[in-house]
Structures are given as C-alpha cells and as structure tokens.
Design a protein around this ligand. Structure first.
Ligand code: NAD
Length: 309
C-alpha cells in the first residue's frame, strides 16, 4: 500500500515542489496530503500536480500554529494514519535585534518550532502503535550555525535540531526515523518576503552603526549569497524524496555541497572562533570580494587567511 505523506506549508517553495515530486512518483509509492494554511493559495500547487490531483495528491487546510486546525486535518485522513510527516512550514525574520518586536520573534518560534512539535505530538501515538514512521524536518544550515542578523530564525532552527536529535534516540525503539534536512540558501518566496519586510521596516531603537552594517553590508552580502550558491526548491525537494525513500534515513542531511565548507568550519574548530571570525571577515572585510570569498569556500580550497594578525 502507498505510504501516506503529510506535508505542511505546500502553497509555495520547497513544500509545493516536494508534494508534486512525491505525487508523481512513477511507482506510486506515496499518497500525499499537501497542506497549507490558506486554501485560497492552492492554485499553483493544483496546477503543478496536474493529473495527480485527487489521485495521489489531495490538498487540505492546516495552520501549524493551531491545535484545532491540526486535529481537524488529521481527522480527515483515512484511518488518521500518517506514515511520513514532513514539517516544512516556516517563516523567517531578519534585522537588527533592537528593531524587532518580541511578538514577531514569538511568531517565528510558534511557527518554526512549536508548529513542528504540535504536528509531531499529533502523529506520534499512531506511529508508535504501528511501530513505524518517518519524521522529516526542514531545518536549515542555520540550525547548525548562527548567521548575523538572523539570530531569532537561527535560534528556532537550533531548537528544532536539539529537539529532534533528542527524540530520535527514543524513537529508534519504535522503528521511527527522524531526518533533519539542512538546506543552505534556496531561491523561493522566502527570501523575497523577507527583503520586502526589511525594505519597509523602520527598525526603531536601532543605532545608526548597526543599521549601516545591516543595510550596507548584510543585505548586499545576503543577495550575493543567494545569487552565487542558491539552490532551487526542485533540487532540495529531490534530496528530500531520496531521504523519504531510503530504508535507513540519516538523522541529518545537508542539501547544498557548495555551502558545506562554511558549515564545516564549526567542526574543524570546536571552540567556534574559526566560524565566527570567518563569518565576520566575509561580511565586514571582504564584502567587495564576497563573490570571490564564497567561491573560494565553495570550491573548498580555503586559501584564505582566517586568523587576524
Ligand atoms: P516559502 O515561504 O515558499 O514556504 C514556507 C511555507 O510555509 C509557505 O507556504 C507559508 O505559507 C507556510 N507557512 C507559514 N506559516 C504557516 C503556518 N502557520 N501554517 C502553515 N503553513 C505556514 O519558503 P521555503 O523556502 O519553501 O521554506 C520552506 C522551509 O524551508 C521553511 O521551514 C524554511 O525555514 C526552510 N528553509 C528555507 C531556506 C531558504 O533559503 N528559502 C533555507 C533553509 C531552510
């Protein structure tokens, strides 16, 4: 029988691509429940699903921030059984800390962290009873290392990493696997929404130096990073499809080999200084040469002077 795959956040980006790729599996191994908060946005998914719609793919409403919505969504699934849960829904938040409201920060945690926790708590009893299941979490390389002006978003992804790594130990007893997928920059609406957010934001209570670093260093560097090493949502979805079809899925899976050298800096120096100093230099000393610096990292040659004189 096909495995039921429930995915959150399918109106756009990685979630949409993943739902469509699984639904088009030529061996028809999956029955996809593609969910989204606002069903008014289902047009793009339905168009991309084509003939799979109503066959191997159904669309359902799900707001990961609402207990009622989660219960309602699961009650509509045949037998209530979810074999694979993909926690994909997420929101970003960038900007100087002093200029962001606590409510905005809490919303990031409520969506990215508690949204996933809420869904896992709902499907886990069934998976435990059946002694099988797979929980996939779309984390980020920012779940492994902090990124300037992304403190709260990175914290929400670190929270996911700690939570699911802890849970993975217990769940092996139940033959349930967990996979944290860690993309680098992905060219989706995500970045567009964030840039729109910051271009209109005032960032009150932020000193002029910090604003200057954010606007004139971080923002151009971020755009350049997406341009130079950004992946497509199709590529990320392909990696997730592979992970889902694997008989022994890994706990962690990065998706972007061009980003791996940056991620490796933390492992190379457990004190953390190497990563922090390299990030600092990339941003503040090499902004003009950022492309070169990133290429240098991306090709793995690391012929860069990392330590300050
Ligand atoms: P996206 O904005 O296209 O997709 C995010 C989806 O989550 C949207 O469809 C949005 O409507 C949905 N969502 C937000 N709040 C929700 C809620 N309360 N309930 C249900 N759905 C909700 O961007 P994306 O890049 O496809 O993001 C998917 C995941 O990938 C996110 O978890 C994001 O953190 C992660 N990610 C993105 C990037 C990137 O650079 N784009 C990099 C690493 C990880």
């Amino acid at each position: 029988a096909p495995r039921t795959v429930l995915i959150s956040g399918c109106s756009s980006g990685i979630g949409l691509e993943l739902a469509v790729q699984l639904a088009h599996d030529h061996r028809q191994r999956y029955q996809v429940v593609a969910t989204m908060r606002d069903l008014g946005k289902k047009g793009a998914l339905e168009a991309a699903a084509g003939e799979a719609l109503g066959q191997t793919l159904t669309v359902a409403q799900l707001d990961v921030c609402s207990d009622e919505s989660v219960a309602q969504c699961l009650s509509c699934i045949q037998g209530g059984e979810v074999d694979v849960l993909v926690n994909n829904a997420g929101v970003g938040l960038v900007g100087p800390l002093e200029g962001l409201s606590l409510a905005a920060m809490q919303n990031v945690f409520d969506t990215n962290f508690f949204g996933a926790v809420r869904l896992v708590r709902a499907v886990l009893p069934g998976m435990k009873k059946r002694r099988k299941g797979h929980i996939v979490v779309v984390s980020s390389v920012m779940g492994l290392q902090g990124v300037v002006f992304n403190e709260v978003y990175a914290a929400s992804k670190f929270a996911l990493e700690g939570f699911f790594e802890s849970l993975a130990v217990q769940l092996l007893q139940f033959n349930i696997f967990i996979t944290l997928v860690e993309p680098g920059p992905v060219v989706t609406d995500f970045e567009g929404k964030l840039l729109e957010q910051v271009s209109t934001a005032e960032f009150p209570d932020t000193d002029p130096d910090t604003l200057h670093y954010f606007r004139d260093f971080y923002l151009p560097a971020s755009r350049e990073l997406f341009r130079s090493v950004g992946q497509s949502p199709q590529d990320v979805a392909q990696v997730i499809v592979k992970v889902i079809s694997s008989p022994r899925p890994p706990l962690r899976r990065q998706t972007n080999a061009r980003y791996t050298p940056l991620a490796a800096l933390k492992a190379v120096d457990p004190s953390g200084s190497l990563y922090v100093r390299t990030s600092h230099r990339l941003l503040f000393r090499w902004t003009r040469f950022l492309n070169l610096g990133l290429r240098c990292l991306a090709c793995g040659c690391l012929r860069i002077r990392i330590w300050p004189r």
